[in-house]
Design a protein around this ligand. Sequence first.
Ligand SMILES: *Cc1c(COP(=O)(O)O)cnc(C)c1O
Length: 217
Amino acid sequence: MSGAARSVGRDPAEVRLVAVSKTFDAEHVRAAAAAGQVEFGENRVQEAEGKIDLTRDLSLTWHLVGHLQSKKSRKAAALFDCVQSVDRPELVRRLDAAAREQGAHVELLLQVDLAGEPTKHGATPDAIRRILDEAASLTNVRLRGLMLLPPFASDPEAARPYFKRLRALRDELIAAGYDPNCLRELSMGMSHDFEIAVQEGSTIVRVGTAIFGERPT
Ligand SMILES: *Cc1c(COP(=O)(O)O)cnc(C)c1O
C-alpha cells in the first residue's frame, strides 16, 4: 500500500486500511489487532454482532461493507462506526433516526453504482445527489464520502476506469457546491486491486483475503 501511494507521490498516511474479517472468527480479528490493525470490515450485520461483542475490550472500529436491509438499521447503527454501503435516501433517514434513538454517531459512505449492474447494490449518481441534498438535515449520521465495488475482473487493471470515474464524480460533486466534508473519503480497492485504487486516489482500502487468507467457501 505504501509503495503504491509513494509511486504516485501520495503520503501513505492518507490511506486507511480496513481489514475485512467476514467468514473469519474473533480470534483472527484478535490476531490482526495484536499486529496493530484497528479498523475492521464485515458484510453482514448478524455475523458482525458476535465478533464485535467478543472483541469489545480492544476498542476496534467497525465498518459495514455489505448491503444493509432497512429492517436492520437499528442494529447496524448500534454496532458500526461506519456504514459504507448506503445506497438510498430512505436508509440514510432510518440510520439517522436509529442512531439518534440510541445516542450513537455513525459515519456513512455512499455506495455508488457506476456499472449499472442490476445484481449489484449501489446508488446512481443522481440518487447520490438526492442524498447529499439531505445531508444538512441529519443529526446523528455524517456523510463522509463514496464507496465503490466495481464488477469483478481477474485483471486488476480492468477496475482502473471505475476508480477514475468515482474520483471524477467526487470532484464534480464538490465543484457543483456539495460540502467537501461529506465527500472526503473514497473507499475503493480490495485485495487484488488496492494498489491501482491507491494510485487513483483511494483513501480507504478494504482488504480481506490478502490479510486473512482465502475464505472458506
Ligand atoms: C469481501 C469484501 C472485500 C474484501 O475482499 P478481498 O478480495 O478479500 O480483499 C471488500 N469489500 C467488500 C464490499 C467486500 O464484500
